[in-house]
Design a protein around this ligand. Sequence first.
Ligand code: ADP
Ligand code: MG
Length: 729
Amino acid sequence: MSNPPQAGSPLQYVKGIGPKRAAALEQIGIHSVQELLHYFPFDYLDRSSIVKIHDLRKHVDAEKPVTVIGEVFRQELRRSRRSNRLVFFLTLKDETGSVTCVFFQGVQWYKNAFEQGELLAVSAYPDFDKLGRIQFTHPEFDRLKGAEEEDEPDWGKLFNTGAIIPKYSSSADLTNVGLDSRGFRRVIRNALKSHLNSVEEILPEEIRSRCGLLPLGAALDQIHFPLHGENLAAARKRLKFDELFFLQLMLAYRKRRIGQEQKGITYSIESSLARTLVERLPFDLTKAQRRVVNEIAGDMKLSKPMNRLLQGDVGSGKTIVALLAMLVAIDNGYQVAFMAPTEILAEQHFRTLDGYLKDLPVTVRLLIGGQKKKLREDILGDIHNGRANIVVGTHALIEENVTFGKLGFVVIDEQHRFGVLQRATLREKGFNPDVLVMTATPIPRTLSLTVYGDLDVSVIDEMPANRKPIKTGLRTEADKGKVYQFVREEVARGRQVYIVFPLIDESEKVDLKAATVEFEQLRSSTFPEYQLGLLHGRMKSEEKDEIMARFKAGEIQILVSTTVIEVGIDVPNAAIMIIENAERFGLSQLHQLRGRVGRGADQSYCILIANYGWFDEHHKGLESGEVKKEKLNARTRLETMVQTADGFKIAEVDLRLRGPGEFFGVRQSGIPEFRIANILEDGELIVLARTEAFHLVDGDPQLRSVAHQSLRRHFEQRYKDAFALGSVG
Ligand code: ADP
Ligand code: MG
């Protein structure tokens, strides 16, 4: 083995890094030169990204912040006549003109922050001052060169010869020790000078040449200080590949472990229960449903434990497919656990299964929090002694005191709300049970290769034939009278209606109050002639049950609700959905909500009521650029809803708007956070990295070959923790 690479040496070996800076860097997880070199720029300035000050007017409606480069030319502290607060004005000039930046907050800091003649790059959404002149409010800024600095390049000049300037993100703590973007540029340049030659290549030569990847050293050099765009692209490709490759390597091991080292249950897939159920269904399964049933059955009859993801848009009929598989397990003498993310959904599933199984000898039990002690003990007893064939529940299922007699099959609904560990805990309550994960969030294939890369995937890509497309309309507050009139007409024709209010986070007291107040208003003055019900997540389980039961039975015509109805609720006669303050909902959330209607044979409607002004009222703390962006996003979300009902398209737009982290709720989902790879844009590279990783693990599972030693060392070091999770599906 070669000795540890010097690039792993402590940070203080880098010129410009003393104890203080080293300590600040440690705080953000940078402990070695190697890690410093992996602190990539978050963006670059190049000539194409810069606007001349004179041309700013052309960019007032820009959808992205605009950047100018200029010298500090005038600085002024003035008291605003209106608010009597101090305001700081910073004027920059380039060869075409000047522009003023305004700072209302942190004035005492800003007023001393800049030197006359200093070269800055500033970025913001341009806006106007009172006299109609363009200005920047609280721009981001990056110092390019101080008035009298020596040992650093003159980026201003270099820039004119086509140089590309890296921008590094920083924080107050880092800035305090001189590590703002410019500070990073300097220390990283020094680190490259002294340590680049000792950077060790980790990818096997064979993979590198097959995939056309730069050597690691060259990639690190060019990611920071690219000579030109092509080099930058090549560097990015190489470094993205590394991230994706190591993730896929981990997934390959995880999958291999579950598949080959653990022996699961071999089911006989002849099931009279399943056959009986299919015969009694009032409809025929779609072709897609039948295909997926066969894929699942194919897994079940193997001794290798199933670990499969079932994807299908809302309403595509996943539940019945899962149920058929459950019945196979039950006919083989095993129990089934069915875990849902919320109580409402668990209850709904419980009722649905109970309905399907009415005349079959199958016992279904529901286990959720807050059940009476006696009942709970009775249920736990049935789970333990095996009398309960199917146990539907929330995460109450994975509590310690829940023991199954003979758990052989696990279904997990809406999985991205559960963490990998929760899945594993449930799995461990059985003896390597088969696991079926269901999600109503259709995601692009390359994305599922990353997020669910250790699962096999089945997709129900066809809707039941009897569905009429839902008509979706976009209205404003001003149209509400007409909308309510429409509701009245539809209720008079016997239809039922959902009116949804934003209570995105059930702990938001203000929203809850608003929903309750609106409810009273709707009940007493808007629709006094009808029965209304209110449903929200803070209600007791029995109350929710009662309201839902009355809605299902048609006693309640208009159900006023928060997003608790987002998933699973199935009332075919409810054909109209009104979504209030629709601008506040996420796109996938709107899609899920809309999926609650359009379940019967009638024409269904979804009416989105937008109130964009809400953003101005409620985001006073935010900078105007962000409010503008939020509004634009909201508009895109609502227009997408009107334009399409295709879950895949909607998920793609949503992913783009929110980014994968938000989309999946990073911490819960175990979705990796990439530094440089982008799951949305790097589809091809994901496939390439996956192919290489799986190929490598097939050919040399222990990574014993000489060519794989460097890789092995790196993988073991860097992914130790993740590696320990290897058996978690
Ligand atoms: P998902 O869970 O995928 O959102 P569900 O399983 O809840 O969908 O099914 C939605 C509705 O469609 C249910 O009322 C179900 O009974 C019905 N359904 C399922 N499969 C079919 C089919 N092949 N034809 C007609 N209706 C179906
Ligand atoms: Mg369902």
